[in-house]
Unconditional design. Structure first.
Length: 244
């Protein structure tokens, strides 16, 4: 059964709507500006720490080659290209004018909310209700956000809201990042006595209309094969057969 903690990410839109509605309003209020400034400072500090660590490592091992930058998962590695052994049947889903990809579990829309500047859609296999399903896909789209903030800033606000949750412990691990997108691994641990937990990924990316957060969560721990599959499926969104 999909426990309460598993649905937690889908409660955050209310908080995100408040933030983005302020951000996207004409004039950009002082509150929104302060939130952006705080995020920029935090990102700058993190980058400074990374640069210092890298410089220290190079001083200690000048002969070592630079560590290769992590790349986004390759579709072929997950056996998603047609004609490849281990082919995974895929399903195309539409949300917020973006084509997303899922495995072949008869995913159906169970929830949709569309307010000014924000759209949210949720899918589950066979259209099961969230309290019965063990898997869920969520699409959160913030129209016009790409003109005001970066993907990294949007992800940072999302992360902060998750960490403010008092009912569960969140693990946030950035797998890959570019200027226009970020792929993050999520682990959620709730009440241990209730066995509440969740595993999955969220991918943030820009389109020509806004910023999208594409989320996959499972109540079961993912095998290595499943991890590769879902990383690849999420990465394909808005890259093939988009409706934009």
């Amino acid at each position: 059964m999909l426990n309460e903690v598993f649905a937690l990410p889908f409660k955050y839109p209310a908080l995100m709507i408040a933030f983005f509605s302020i951000l996207l309003s004409s004039g950009c209020s002082l509150m929104a500006k302060q939130m952006i400034d705080d995020t920029q400072k935090q990102l700058a500090e993190e980058q400074k720490e990374k640069t210092a660590k890298k410089a220290s490592k190079e001083e200690q091992s000048p002969e070592e080659d630079e560590e290769p930058k992590a790349d986004f998962p390759n579709n072929a590695d997950a056996g998603l290209d047609s004609g490849k052994e281990g082919l995974v049947d895929t399903t195309k889903l539409e949300a917020s004018n973006v084509t997303i990809f899922a495995d072949n579990q008869n995913w159906k829309q169970i929830e949709h909310d569309n307010e000014e500047g924000y759209e949210y859609t949720a899918f589950t296999p066979d259209g099961r209700s969230s309290d019965l399903s063990q898997e869920m896909l969520g699409v959160q789209f913030f129209e016009g956000a790409h003109q005001q903030i970066t993907v990294a800033q949007a992800a940072q606000v999302y992360k902060q809201e998750m960490q403010n949750d008092k009912n569960a412990k969140w693990t946030w691990n950035v797998i890959s990042e570019t200027q226009d997108e970020m792929l993050v691994e999520l682990k959620i641990m709730g009440d241990p006595e209730q066995g509440e937990h969740g595993y999955g990924y969220v991918r943030f990316f820009t389109t020509d209309k806004g910023i999208c957060a594409l989320l996959y969560l499972s109540s079961n721990e993912l095998s290595e094969e499943e991890q590769k599959k879902w990383q690849s499926l999420l990465q394909r969104a808005d890259r093939e057969d988009t409706t934009l």
